[in-house]
Design a protein around this ligand. Structure first.
Ligand SMILES: Nc1ncnc2c1ncn2[C@@H]1O[C@H](COP(=O)(O)OP(=O)(O)O)[C@@H](O)[C@H]1O
Ligand SMILES: [Mg+2]
Length: 267
């Protein structure tokens, strides 16, 4: 059974792309078959795995535009155990054209249906907003993982906004649960960390035990296009991602609904 996890937070810099690639690699190292889907027009996830959109046979934009099936777009073995459905800056235009289409929130879910059974996990990296592409990811997903930057004073409010959006979608029969809040950019000596760390349990969402430390080496990993989990496997940050992968593996995945999981108009 495949678990589809959307990594989302409307705040840029929360660590969505970093978490997507390193979690995917950690799951791949644990022997899982993983597909990363880069939904963000900025395609940071694609770049963090060391690829440009041109390297892929097709991108997610081609899939949305009907120019390719997801199956023909895959960049296989982008990292050990990890395939990639690459992003593309044209996704920004795709989002605009989607607005006027019927079943516009379900496009991604439908496009991924056929390749889904091949994988244990799909990890979807969302854009830094709650627009139509992110909603497509929520509809395609079973679970949402929310990285929270523990150096961002406004992160509590941001997470609360996201959780309330998810509540709204659930009221509209989108079947997606909150996997948890993931503390990222962790430096326990900072006041901002301490304040947030006390406040986050008040939110109506599981707080994951794994915490991703703040490390400048994430930046170098991005520049080189090699996920930190691969680049520095013995470091504390890589260890944290292996703990995150194990924690996620230990949480019960609900069976996917066989019925159409959607839905009336949202957004
Ligand atoms: N734990 C961390 N420690 C240090 N830098 C981090 C950490 N997580 C993310 N970053 C850096 O912060 C920036 C934004 O991260 P990114 O994953 O692109 O966020 P998002 O996808 O949410 O916009 C990147 O330069 C990334 O390398
Ligand atoms: Mg990103």
């Amino acid at each position: 059974m495949t678990r589809v996890i959307a990594v989302a937070n409307q705040k840029g810099g929360a660590g969505k792309s970093t978490v997507t690639v390193n979690l995917a690699v950690a799951l791949g190292q644990a022997g899982r078959r993983v597909l990363v889907v880069d939904v963000d027009p900025q395609f940071d996830t694609t770049a963090m795995l060391g690829y440009a959109p041109e390297d892929a046979p097709h991108t997610l934009a081609d899939v949305f535009l009907g120019e390719s099936e997801a199956d023909d777009a895959l960049l296989t073995d982008a990292a050990p155990g990890v395939d990639l459905l690459a992003g593309d800056s044209r996704m920004a235009d795709v989002e605009l054209t989607l607005v006027s289409q019927v079943r516009r929130e379900e496009f991604l879910a439908e496009a991924l249906t056929e390749i889904l059974p091949r994988y244990d996990y799909l990890v979807l990296d969302c854009p830094p907003n709650l627009g139509l592409l992110t909603v497509n990811a929520f509809v395609a997903a079973d679970e949402v993982l929310v990285p929270v930057s523990m150096i961002d004073r406004n992160a509590y409010k941001g997470a609360a906004t996201l959780l309330s959006t998810l509540d709204t979608l659930r009221r509209r029969r989108v079947d997606v649960r909150t996997l948890g809040l993931l503390r990222n950019n962790v430096d326990p000596r900072r006041n901002t960390f301490q304040t947030l760390d006390e406040a986050l349990p008040e939110l109506d969402a599981p707080l994951l035990q794994a915490q991703i430390p703040m490390r400048s080496s994430f930046h170098d990993a991005t520049t080189e296009g090699i996920p930190l989990v691969l680049r520095k496997p013995d470091g504390r940050a890589a260890q944290a991602f292996r703990e995150l992968a194990a924690e996620i593996e230990a949480t019960d995945a609900r069976p996917r609904k066989t019925t159409d999981k959607t839905m009336v108009e949202v957004a």
